[in-house]
Design a protein around this ligand. Structure first.
Ligand code: PGA
Length: 252
């Protein structure tokens, strides 16, 4: 049985003090949850402070990006050892906003995954098609290309340590959620692809989250799909009320 994993991607929201407030509410309201792995991903500037809040709780901490070199003359970048020492255990890699606005490619995603694994951070690797690609029936080609490119060259053991997030770009921040059947279809496809790249055991253990306008009202139905093992939540993770409801509704 794969354990459900729900991660909140706060994107470029919350100053450190605002982040501490939200994290504090979450630790209070989610203290009794054991059936779901809970992760919050504040901006870099809030990681250390939020770590102080979530230490010794059931809430995990993640960053939203990293750079693949450990250190050096890379102005403005943040490395895996820096993230590790801030207390995070997870890192989102290849989010569509980074692909769209910051030149992220499958090749850079691949290097970033390597860096994350080297420092024992769990990568949450994002893939997903945009609206034009879906309308042209290219969803499977696009997702397969992104998975093959981003996940190339890893051992089965490394693959098992990753979380994949399928996030159709047309559903992110738009209020349009993929239907549970649409999402399940792609999740199943990704799992079969991992099985071909490695083996069935690896494929059946890797957790695949859905992301894109996840809300308290659509969580249970999405999570009830066989190959959907959790959610990567943007907008609805910014208030404790909605994020807590999502987590409670995600208990299978
Ligand atoms: P959304 O974002 O929940 O606001 O659609 C999801 C994401 O980008 O991870």
């Amino acid at each position: 049985m794969r354990k459900i994993i729900i991660a909140g991607n706060w994107k470029m929201n919350k100053t450190a003090s605002e982040a501490v407030k939200l994290a504090t509410l979450l630790t209070r309201d989610l203290a009794d949850i054991t059936e779901v792995d809970i992760v919050i991903c504040p901006p870099f500037t809030a990681l250390a402070d939020v770590h102080d809040v979530v230490t010794d709780t059931n809430i995990g901490l993640g960053a939203q990006n990293l750079y693949w070199e450990d250190e050096g003359a890379f102005t403005g970048e943040v490395s895996a050892p820096m993230i590790k020492e801030s207390g995070a255990q997870y890192v989102i890699i290849g989010h569509s906003e980074r692909r769209q606005f910051f030149g992220e490619t499958d090749q850079t995603v691949n290097k970033k995954i390597k860096a994350a694994l080297k420092w024992n951070l769990t990568p949450i690797v994002c893939v997903g098609e945009n609206l034009e690609q879906r309308e042209k029936n290219k969803t499977f080609d696009v997702v397969s290309g992104q998975c093959k490119g981003s996940l190339a060259g890893f051992t089965a053991q490394e693959m098992e340590k990753m979380v994949i997030a399928y996030e159709p770009v047309w559903a992110i921040g738009t209020g349009k959620t993929a239907t549970p059947a649409q999402a399940q279809e792609v999740h199943k496809f990704i799992r079969e692809l991992i099985s071909k790249m490695h083996n069935e055991d690896v494929a059946s253990s890797v957790r695949i989250q859905y992301g894109g306008s996840v809300k308290p009202e659509n969580t249970a139905e999405l999570i009830s799909q066989e190959d959907i093992d959790g959610a990567l939540v943007g907008g609805a993770s910014l208030s404790s009320d909605s994020f807590v409801k999502i987590i409670k509704n995600a208990r299978k």
